[in-house]
Design a protein around this ligand. Structure first.
Ligand SMILES: Nc1nc2c(ncn2[C@@H]2O[C@H](COP(=O)(O)OP(=O)(O)OP(=O)(O)O)[C@@H](O)[C@H]2O)c(=O)[nH]1
Ligand SMILES: [Mg+2]
Length: 396
């Protein structure tokens, strides 16, 4: 077996070198992204190193090596291991002439492995860069990581710090903190709560959507009570959550306590009619049933409701207690829904605020409110980016 290392400016070029030199039977043993020269690894030139191996005198051509984790039944496992060398090994062999489906499968699996490999490269690259950072910057890296701020976002912010702060001042934690705070605030954007400033707007209708149990109905009650009792606005409630009798009862009870009407609608047409009936109101708040982001039928139904209702705003309600990965799955599943604002609930139940930053940054939607407890109407606040930024930069 011949083993050799190839370095190029892109991974594709390095792979091409391997293919040119070793042929399509080459097996990738290791891939690495690194930087040559520069300051603290940040301003260097990116290089890709690929270590590949090839059998020198290969016997008759064999069928392609199955992807990692898949062992073809007619080959002993030990043979697979010596051929691929390690779990992430990829052959450069063209797919054999198989049926269309098998070919698709193979392409899909190769793509999956490539993605995995890229993630590994990224992780290695990240770890190397972090170790070369000055200690105070490393400390902030740790804080952001502990607060579940997305790795890529963290790295981008730290890169900006290194660009902004002169080399001789890089030990100054206060400067780093200020630069970081500025960046976090910029990413969090200005909050956009419900506003009655533009009187010309007339009636505003707001639909709250989101996964089950995040606190949509409670948030509606908090908003309704605040605007109706404190701000003396004319408010009406509509619920399209007719899946559970208890859901209708829940909103009706709130309506009775606050002293405002509650309509129950079963179809998109009824929703449109109900909104039209309330043109004398300043604010119409519309509750919806919690959707499982994995149920596309429910999501389509919600879409139809919204297309008919044409609300002024759609608030996506997310619980701050949801794990970041799950939160991103939820956000992605709402990509067809015309969400205009974000509400985060249950901030009182977590001390990890990084996912709020991640979601705002990736969706580019404005925050409106955060909720901080079960009490109606007290436990709701207009989202305060400074507060959130401080929580994100707090040592845990
Ligand atoms: N700790 C805490 N609990 C909250 C908050 N907001 C809502 N809850 C609680 O979360 C639970 C679910 O609230 P709901 O308002 O019924 O949630 P929902 O999103 O309408 O639920 P579905 O209609 O079933 O999808 C209730 O026990 C609420 O009291 C909050 O900010 N903090
Ligand atoms: Mg509800």
């Amino acid at each position: 077996m011949r083993v050799k290392r190839y370095v190029a400016e892109t991974l594709q070029d390095a792979m091409l070198k391997v293919k040119m030199d070793m042929g399509k039977d080459a097996v990738i043993l290791h891939t690495r992204k690194f930087k040559e020269g520069g300051f603290l690894g940040f301003f260097g030139k990116v290089r890709f190193e690929v270590t590949a191996a090839v059998e020198e005198a290969r016997p008759a051509p064999q069928s392609p090596v199955p992807p990692a984790g898949k062992v073809s039944p007619d080959k002993p496992e030990s043979q697979e291991k010596t051929e691929t060398g390690r779990m992430t090994a990829i052959t450069l062999e063209e797919p054999a002439e198989t049926g269309v489906e098998e070919e698709h499968d193979l392409h899909g699996e190769i793509q999956e492995m490539k993605d995995m490999l890229n993630e590994v490269i990224y992780q290695i690259d990240m770890a190397q860069d972090i170790r070369s950072l000055p200690k105070p910057v490393q400390r902030f890296h740790q804080i952001l990581t502990d607060n579940d701020v997305d790795d890529r976002l963290t790295k981008k912010m730290l890169q900006n710090i290194l660009k902004q702060i002169p080399r001789e001042e890089i030990g100054n934690s206060e400067l780093i903190r200020k630069s970081l705070e500025k960046q976090v605030l910029r990413l969090l954007r200005k909050p956009r709560p419900v506003s009655f400033k533009k009187q010309a707007l007339g009636q505003q209708s707001i639909v709250l959507v989101g996964p089950t149990g995040v606190g949509k109905t409670t948030t509606i009650a908090k908003l309704a009570a605040t605007f109706s009792i404190v701000n003396q606005k004319k408010v009406a409630l509509i619920t399209a959550d007719t899946y559970r009798v208890a859901a209708v009862e829940q909103l009706k009870t709130y309506g009775e306590i606050i002293g405002i009407p509650v309509d129950v609608v079963y179809t998109p047409q009824e929703l449109q009619n109900a909104i039209a009936r309330h043109t004398d109101k300043d604010l119409v708040l519309i509750d919806t049933a919690g959707r499982s982001h994995k149920n596309s039928e429910q999501m389509n139904e919600l879409k139809t409701f919204l297309e008919m209702a044409e609300p002024s705003d759609v608030f996506l309600v997310l619980s701050a207690t949801t794990r970041y990965r799950d939160m991103m799955d939820i956000v992605n599943s709402y990509s067809d829904i015309p969400v205009t604002r974000l509400v985060f609930t249950k901030l009182d139940e977590t001390s990890t605020y990084g996912p709020i930053l991640n979601v705002v940054s990736s969706t580019q939607k404005h925050l409106s409110y955060v909720t901080v407890g079960q009490n109606v109407p007290d436990d709701i606040e207009v989202a305060d980016p400074s507060k959130i930024a401080n929580m994100i930069m707090r040592e845990r």
